[in-house]
Design a protein around this ligand. Structure first.
Ligand SMILES: [Fe+2]
Ligand SMILES: [Fe+2]
Length: 493
C-alpha cells in the first residue's frame, strides 16, 4: 500500500485516504506526499476506523460510495470517535445530494470526481487551516483556565488544594482521562504519586505508576516534554503491560531552579482522543506554574516553621525558670497527639491541635515569676492573675497571622464542659475541640507531676479524678478515649 508511515510527534499534518479504487489511492498518496503531508491510504471504512483508533489524524479524505461501509456511515463513526478530524467527501456527479447530506452531518467539504488538482489542494489547505484555528481556540480556552488558576492561587489557599485545582484544570482543559502529580522523594530518590484525579476511577489501575518517571528522568534532565501517541507509548514502556491501553500520554517535568522535583502526567484512554501539541504546550505552562507554587509554598513553610520554632522556644523559656513545670507543654502535646490519633482526626487538625498544646501556656510569660512559682496557697488576687494566662496567650500570638487557627484553642483551654471555666465560661461543643482535648492532657500532666507543695499523684488517683469530673470539667467522650489510650499503654509496659 502506498504512503509514508504516519508520524504525529511533529507539526506535520496527517491525512488518511479511504477509497476502494486503488488508482485513486495511489494518486492521492503521491500528491499529498509531495506536499509533505503524512499520508496513509486504506481501501474501506472498517480499515479506516482501525487506523484512526490507533493513530492521530488531522484529516480524512473518503470516497462516498464504497462497498461494506459507505462514506456517510464512516463519517458517523468518525464523528463519534474523533469529532475533531476534518472529513472531506469525494463524490461523483450522481451523488452530489448525498455529499450535501454528509456536510449536514459534519463533513467539512466535498470534492467532485474526477477532481481538479488545484481545487483539491485548495480544499485540503482550507480544511487544515480550520483545524489549526480550532486548536488555537482550544489554546485560548486553556489560557482562560490558567487565569482562573491564577485567581485561585492569589486567594492564598493551601498547597494541597492548589495542586488539586491544577490537576482539575489540566484534566478538564486537555480532556484527559487521568492527570497525576508525582513529587520526588529526596530520601528514596523516587517519584511518588501525590495526587491523581480522574472522571472515572476505573482508569487508576491502568496508570504507568512510579516507574514511568524513573525511565524518563534522563529526558527530563534535558528539559524535554513528552507527548507520546499510542505506538510510541508501547515502544517507550514496552516492559509495562498497562502501556497497551494508553491512547495518548503527556509527561511534563516540574522544575525548580533547573532541578526536577516532580512531574505532571496526563493520560488519554479514549479511543481516538490524542493530545495535541497545543494541549501539550498548555500543560507545560500549567506545570511551570505548579513548580513555582510548590517552590513558594516550601519557602513559605520554611519561614513558618522558623516562626513556630521561635514561638515554641519562647513558650519553653517560661518552663526553664521552674524545674517543676519543665517539659509540661511537650508532655501535654504528646497526650494531645495520642488523643487526636485515637479520634482519627485529619492530619491537618492533629498538627494544629498539637501546636496549640505546645503553646497552650505561653501566656504565663506575662505573669510574675513569684506568683507563678509560689509554693503555698494562692491568694484570690494571685489566682486571678494566673487565670489571665489564656488571655495573655491570645494577646501574644494575635499578631502572628499564621497562628490564627490555633489562638482560639489556646484561648479556651481552661474552659469547663459545664460552662464554669474561664476566660469566657462557654460550655460543651461551644468549646473548641482542641481545647477540650488539651484540657484532659493538661490536667493529667499537672496532677501526675511533682509540685513545690506536693508530690505528683498516681495514675490511678488521677484517672479517678478525671472520671469524676467527666461531664462537668471535661468532655466525657475525650476522657474515655484518653483512659483507654493510657491503659493500653500501661498494659504494654
Ligand atoms: Fe494553662
Ligand atoms: Fe498547662
Amino acid at each position: 500500500m502506498p504512503g509514508k508511515t504516519v508520524d504525529n510527534t511533529n507539526n506535520i499534518h496527517s491525512i488518511l485516504v479511504v477509497d476502494d479504487e486503488e488508482h485513486i489511492r495511489n494518486i492521492l498518496c503521491e500528491i499529498l506526499s509531495s506536499m509533505d503531508y503524512n499520508v496513509k491510504a486504506v481501501e474501506n471504512g472498517q480499515e479506516a476506523l482501525i487506523e484512526i483508533k490507533s493513530e492521530a489524524y488531522d484529516m480524512i479524505i473518503t470516497d462516498l460510495m464504497m462497498p461494506k461501509m459507505t462514506g456517510l456511515e464512516l463519517l458517523d463513526c468518525v464523528k463519534a470517535i474523533a469529532p475533531d478530524i476534518i472529513v472531506i467527501m469525494m463524490t461523483g456527479f450522481g451523488t452530489i445530494a448525498s455529499a450535501v447530506d454528509a456536510m449536514k452531518k459534519g463533513a467539512y467539504e466535498y470534492v467532485l470526481k474526477p477532481f481538479k488538482l488545484d481545487e483539491l489542494v485548495y480544499t485540503i489547505k482550507r480544511g487544515l487551516e480550520k483545524r489549526e484555528l480550532e486548536k488555537a481556540n482550544v489554546q485560548l480556552k486553556e489560557t482562560i483556565a490558567l487565569l482562573q488558576l491564577n485567581d485561585a492561587i492569589a486567594s492564598g489557599i493551601g498547597e494541597e488544594r492548589i495542586l488539586g485545582i491544577i490537576i482539575d484544570v489540566t484534566l478538564k482543559e486537555i480532556e484527559a482521562d487521568v492527570v497525576t502529580c508525582l513529587l520526588k522523594n529526596n530520601e528514596t530518590n523516587k517519584y511518588e504519586t501525590r495526587l491523581k484525579h480522574s472522571k472515572e476511577k476505573k482508569y487508576f489501575g491502568k496508570l504507568l505508576g512510579e516507574i514511568d518517571c524513573e525511565s524518563i528522568d534522563e529526558m527530563y534532565e534535558q528539559g524535554e516534554v513528552l507527548l507520546l501517541q499510542k505506538k510510541e507509548i508501547r515502544k517507550k514502556f514496552k516492559a509495562l503491560p498497562q502501556a497497551k491501553d494508553i491512547v495518548s500520554f503527556i509527561s511534563i517535568p516540574l522544575k525548580i531552579k533547573n532541578k526536577v522535583i516532580g512531574t505532571i502526567n496526563a493520560y488519554s484512554f479514549t479511543q481516538g482522543h490524542y493530545f495535541t501539541d497545543g494541549q501539550c504546550k498548555a500543560a507545560a505552562i500549567i506545570a511551570g506554574r505548579t513548580a513555582s507554587i510548590i517552590d513558594n509554598a516550601q519557602l513559605y513553610e520554611n519561614v513558618q516553621n522558623t516562626f513556630k520554632d521561635t514561638v515554641k522556644s519562647f513558650a519553653y523559656a517560661i518552663e526553664t525558670k521552674d524545674k517543676y513545670t519543665h517539659g509540661h507543654s511537650e508532655k501535654v502535646a504528646l497526650f494531645t497527639e495520642l488523643i487526636c490519633h485515637a479520634m482519627e482526626l485529619p492530619d491537618e487538625d492533629i498538627e494544629r491541635i498539637k501546636l496549640a498544646a505546645q503553646l497552650h501556656d505561653i501566656g504565663k510569660i506575662g505573669i510574675n515569676e513569684e506568683v507563678l512559682n509560689k509554693p503555698g496557697k494562692l491568694t484570690i488576687e494571685e489566682y486571678e492573675i494566673i487565670k489571665g494566662h489564656p488571655l495573655m496567650g491570645t494577646r501574644i500570638l494575635q499578631p502572628l497571622h499564621f497562628l490564627k487557627d490555633i489562638i482560639p484553642i489556646i484561648h479556651h483551654h481552661h474552659e469547663k464542659y459545664d460552662g464554669t471555666g474561664y476566660p469566657d465560661g462557654i460550655k460543651g461543643a461551644d468549646i473548641p475541640l482542641g481545647s477540650r482535648i488539651i484540657s484532659v492532657g493538661d490536667t493529667y500532666e499537672a496532677m501526675t507531676s511533682d509540685r513545690p507543695y506536693r508530690k505528683g499523684l498516681s495514675h490511678a488517683v488521677t484517672v479517678t479524678e478525671l472520671v469524676r469530673c467527666a461531664g462537668t470539667q471535661f468532655d466525657p467522650g475525650i476522657v474515655k478515649i484518653f483512659i483507654k489510650i493510657m491503659e493500653e499503654g500501661y498494659k504494654k509496659k
